[in-house]
Design a binder for this molecule. Structure first.
Ligand code: FAD
Length: 322
């Protein structure tokens, strides 16, 4: 039977929500088209992770387990992918758009002689391939693209589809794999950046983002307190990452991260197109800005016109009572 295969992204043992969204969409398409929806996990603890993925109902969960996959390294990942794809031979291989999938998409497509569609926000099957919508030019334009052959490999923006649990008795099949470290073409020297318990910005359900309006320590403290009370992640506009206030990894936008939380609160952010490109897919957008003509209000579901230094303290006090 023809197969739609979803690659499950895992970070420190945690399954990325965005890849389960892609799996939910593949399940739906498989059901509509009489196909099979399977999943592939490549991780040092792939079989343990498979247990968590079962709740999302792929027919078969293929696992490739090896310590080499602790950090992203494209040579072993490509080799493991090729080994798995030789065995599974799917019509469609779908990834969530992540740094890792962006890194291997081109090489994998060349290796499989496959069509590649990057960073789509919607996809469906045709008789001969996949048709998709893809935001381009900082999401100013939505292009319609279509592959005309299988296999087709695609990466899907986070937040494009809802998570749907599905009860199926998934089968787990382990794929044999070995990798000789002397074949590594790139070695990992050091990882610099945010680690620990911080909420992953790209996966967060709530994001509170600070802009130039929150220009001083007092403003940033308010934003951080709000994020903490809402159990959300902190994001920032480029105005604040360029000023060195927040780490570049927290920048949202065209040259930063793309986020699609359930709730996005923009505090003192004007809503420049380059910022909006990274957050327009958020489910509910709340904007706090003292300028009633700020462009962020054009895309906000709820807007509060006011000075953040006056608006946020009573709001935070009310939240503390809950
Ligand atoms: P501003 O545009 O200065 O807006 C500050 C807002 O705060 C204003 O609307 C103001 O009314 C409000 N404000 C001020 N004081 C208060 C107060 N006390 N209370 C309430 N509101 C207040 N930007 C990104 O964010 N992400 C990107 O990835 C990105 N990529 C870019 C790529 C390129 C090629 C280029 C050219 C630009 C890019 N930018 C990006 C920059 C972008 O164009 C904007 O300059 C930037 O987003 C502005 O950040 P801001 O909204 O925080 O600041």
């Amino acid at each position: 039977m023809s197969t739609l295969l979803t690659y499950i992204s895992v970070s420190d043992g945690k399954v990325k929500r965005s890849s389960l969204e892609v799996l939910s969409r593949c399940n739906q398409l498989a059901e509509e088209n009489g196909l099979q929806s399977d999943a592939l996990i490549i991780d040092p603890k792939a079989n343990e992770v498979a247990v968590k993925v079962k709740a999302y109902g792929p027919s078969t969960i293929y696992t490739v387990e090896d310590p080499i996959f602790k950090n992203h390294l494209n040579t072993p990942l490509l080799k493991a992918m090729a080994t798995a794809l030789d065995q599974i031979n799917p019509n469609v291989l779908a990834f969530a758009s992540t740094e890792s999938s962006k890194d291997i998409l081109g090489a994998l497509a060349a290796n499989r002689d496959a069509a590649a569609l990057a960073d789509v926000s919607e996809f469906d099957l045709t008789n001969t391939g996949v048709k998709a919508k893809r935001p381009v030019m900082a999401a100013k334009i939505i292009s319609s693209v279509e592959s005309t052959s299988y296999p087709t490999i695609l990466t899907v923006r986070s937040g494009s589809y809802d998570l749907i649990e599905k009860s199926v008795d998934s089968e787990v099949k382990e794929i044999a794999f070995s990798f000789d470290e002397s074949d590594l073409k790139i070695t990992l020297k050091e990882i610099i950046g945010a680690t620990g318990d911080k909420i992953d910005l790209s996966e967060a359900e709530t994001v509170v983002a600070a802009g130039r309006g929150a220009k001083d320590e007092e403003g940033q403290k308010l934003v951080e307190e709000l994020a903490s009370l809402l159990n959300g992640a902190i994001g920032a506009s480029r105005a604040l990452t360029e000023a060195g206030v927040y780490d570049p990894s927290l920048q949202i936008g065209q040259t930063g991260k793309v986020v699609s939380p359930q709730l996005y609160i923009a505090v003192g952010i004007s809503g420049a197109i380059q910022h909006v490109a990274g957050m327009a897919n958020s489910k509910v957008i709340v904007a706090i800005n003292k300028d009633p003509d700020a462009p962020i209000f054009d895309i906000a579901d709820y807007g509060m016109v006011g000075d953040l230094y006056e608006v946020l303290p009573p709001f935070i006090e009310e939240l503390k009572k809950i």
